[in-house]
Design a binder for this molecule. Structure first.
Ligand SMILES: Nc1ncnc2c1ncn2[C@@H]1O[C@H](COP(=O)(O)OP(=O)(O)OP(=O)(O)O)[C@@H](O)[C@H]1O
Ligand SMILES: [Mg+2]
Length: 243
């Protein structure tokens, strides 16, 4: 049984060896604000292999969220190129970027960002809408994923009826239900106590291991960063490797 699941996981990974791999070359991102230019990132050269777990730390305003938005196809660089799985994100139009976000990239945020008027199950289902599945299949996959993050019994609850840790589990289920190649998390444990933080990190690390995800986590918490295979530090828009 174990060997079967191992070999199928290997086969799955082998068919998409570069799907979650990033190559950034000379990436810069400047924002224009009130006639001033803010250089949020400059000359970033970075390779992230498919299946890597990377933590990004650094002082506030250093450019962490800016980098995550570029990796997440939410934004384009003002200089340089970004490729994901061999596709040049920096050259794609809004529609193509939207399709890549919808199918290949999951996001988790510090403030959970659940829709307050939808139940936990409905929140997870929203991520499947772009895949145009029928309603029954959508519900089935969402329930299965919610159960896999330990919330099988909570599907009917509204976000306001769940604890912070439970809300973050719903947000993680929503991020992974479409089986993305990449999971990007911006301070996913920033609003949680230490015990819940560790539970959420156990969950993320387990998903990373089982699903061969590329996992990138921005964090101010060294206990979170220490769990990653690889650590990057961003300060004043410049990225360096932490050994
Ligand atoms: N939309 C924007 N317009 C103008 N400037 C921006 C915009 N977004 C970010 N910046 C600026 O770019 C720089 C980097 O911001 P970013 O949000 O990436 O920092 P961060 O490392 O994520 O910080 P924090 O730890 O506080 O979340 C900051 O100087 C910020 O003010
Ligand atoms: Mg930020």
């Amino acid at each position: 049984m174990t060997s079967t699941s191992t070999s199928s996981a290997t086969a799955d990974t082998a068919t998409r060896p570069t799907q979650g791999a990033y190559t950034l070359a000379g990436v810069g991102r400047a924002y224009q604000q009130k006639g001033r230019t803010v250089q949020a990132l400059s000359r970033v050269d970075l390779e992230i292999s498919s299946g890597d777990m990377v933590a990004i730390q650094g002082p506030t305003g250093g450019g962490k969220s800016t980098l995550l938005q570029l990796l997440g196809a939410l934004d384009r660089p003002s200089a340089g190129t970004i490729a994901l799985g061999g596709q040049l994100l920096s050259q794609l139009g809004d529609r193509a970027l939207g399709e890549i976000r919808g199918s290949q990239i999951g996001f988790v945020f510090q403030h959970f960002n659940l829709i307050p008027t939808l139940t936990a199950l409905e929140n997870v289902e929203t991520a499947l809408v772009p895949l145009r599945l029928d309603a029954e299949e959508r519900r089935r996959r969402a329930s299965e994923t919610l159960a896999s993050v330990g919330l099988g019994e909570r599907g009917g609850h509204l976000p306001g009826e769940l604890s912070g840790g439970q809300q973050q589990r719903v947000a993680i289920a929503r991020a992974i239900v479409k089986r993305p190649a990449v999971l990007l998390a911006d301070e996913p444990t920033g609003n949680l106590d230490e015990e819940t933080r560790d539970e959420i990190m156990d969950l993320l690390e387990g998903l990373w291991r089982e699903q061969g995800l590329t996992l990138v986590i921005v964090t101010h918490d060294s206990a979170v960063a220490r769990r990653a295979q690889r650590r990057l530090h961003i300060k004043q828009g410049t990225v360096r490797e932490v050994s």
